[in-house]
Design a protein around this ligand. Structure first.
Ligand code: GTP
Ligand code: MG
Length: 380
């Protein structure tokens, strides 16, 4: 009973993550696609110098992956010189049509991008931004490529924007998503991205922010509250009135830990690793993987293992959840892209053991203890 209950609840929680739609709009070559890639830590959108790259509104990810993603982002074709009229019409039509598709499909936020080193904003851009505002869509203005803009260019744009007297919902942020390289060396690190994510979270309705936090990669600590939600649902179920204590090593707890591991993996964008773990062969193989990594430590956590109390299974779930979080947080920091499966497997096995050992003395004997743990986890 308990296994079904836990995994069903997790599934339901995931499906409740409403998915925001963000549209990225601005001139050609200002760096819209580069910005998207930097925020989401993946080469979602094609970028490039020279000719215009993005040709029309493209949704990322596309239909083939849409089941599993917590956010949609629309990259757009930039305006080109002398085609401003078509551009304005195109953008406004797009926003109106999306609005007609309903609350879920409409654009919830616009990132309007202006190249800082151009030193100017044009009159028709005011029209677009004003119109976005009239449609009730919040917008953030992003001054891109700030790594190579002079202060006076940035000030010039800011002064022009002030003259435009745009509504209060806007914020103007300085960003460098893909800083210039000189002789193979970056002149500075990317900047402004965390601020952009934070501001975005502030402007989006609450129901959308978990989804955004899960999808972005520039601020890893921001993911913890979402991770905690998963851990606390799984652990809380162990204390629920009718849930019987879950014996460690039984299908019930294996199913719970598998679901929890996958959910946490997906918050860090490692859905594939989560699935890889789960599908190493089967859930039994995942269990064998864990037994090889941490099996001998479970006895430390639950002396005389076997039949656990509600507190015992909650402790196990929390320790396991915190372990998964630490493993995926580290994986995101260390970026193992390019490593082969065997290397990743070895890395995961080692870090599962190390992290599990670290947390294994934790005891969660009551719902109150769960609350205290929450605070420690979010503040540490
Ligand atoms: N120096 C610097 N260059 C950048 C930055 N962001 C993007 N670029 C460069 O600007 C060029 C255009 O970037 P894209 O991201 O393709 O621009 P876009 O706005 O998507 O362009 P279109 O798709 O044509 O509308 C590329 O050569 C990028 O490497 C940045 O923050 N700093
Ligand atoms: Mg583009």
């Amino acid at each position: 009973m308990a296994d079904k209950q836990i995994s069903e609840e997790l599934k339901e929680q995931i499906s409740k993550l409403e998915r925001p739609n963000i549209a990225v709009i601005g001139g050609t070559g200002v760096g819209k696609s580069s910005l998207i890639n930097a925020v989401f830590g993946k080469e979602l959108a094609k970028t490039g110098a020279g000719l215009p790259v993005t040709q029309e509104f493209c949704r990322y990810p596309g239909d083939e992956y849409s089941e599993n993603v917590p956010i949609f982002i629309y990259d757009s074709a930039g305006y080109e010189a002398e085609k401003e009229k078509e551009f304005v019409e195109g953008v406004l039509n797009f926003l109106s049509n999306k609005k007609k598709e309903g609350v879920d499909k409409q654009i919830h936020l616009v990132w309007y991008v202006i190249n800082a080193s151009s030193g100017r904003v044009q009159e028709f851009e005011k029209k677009i931004v004003d119109n976005i505002n009239q449609k009730g869509i919040p917008a953030i203005i992003i001054l891109s490529q700030c790594d190579r803009a002079k202060e006076e260019e940035i000030d010039g744009i800011k002064a022009a924007l002030e003259k435009f007297n745009l509504s209060k919902v806007y914020d103007v942020l300085k960003v460098a998503a893909s800083p210039l390289e000189v002789k193979g060396k970056r002149i500075c690190d990317p900047f402004g991205l965390e601020e952009l994510v934070n501001k975005t979270v502030e402007l989006l309705p609450d129901m959308y922010t978990d989804a955004l936090i899960a999808a972005q990669i520039v601020d890893l600590r921001a993911k913890r509250p979402v991770v905690w939600k998963y851990i606390s649902i799984a652990a809380g179920t162990c204390f629920a009135a009718q849930a019987s204590p879950v014996p460690v090593g039984t299908p019930a707890l294996i199913a719970a830990q598998t679901g929890l591991c996958m959910s946490i993996a997906s918050v860090y964008g490692y859905r594939e690793v989560g699935e890889f773990l789960v599908t190493i062969g089967s859930i039994t193989a995942f269990n064998a993987f864990l037994t090889a990594a941490i099996g001998d430590l479970i006895g430390v956590l639950l002396p005389g293992a076997g039949l656990a109390t509600a507190g015992g299974s909650a402790s196990y779930v929390v320790v396991f959840g915190l372990t998964c979080n630490a493993v995926f947080e580290k994986l995101a920091h260390n970026n193992l892209q390019g490593s082969n499966k065997e290397e990743i497997k070895q890395y995961l096995r080692d870090s599962f053991r190390k992290e599990f050992e670290k947390y294994s003395l934790l005891r969660i004997s009551s719902p109150e203890a769960l609350e205290i743990m929450k605070k420690t986890f979010l503040d540490s």
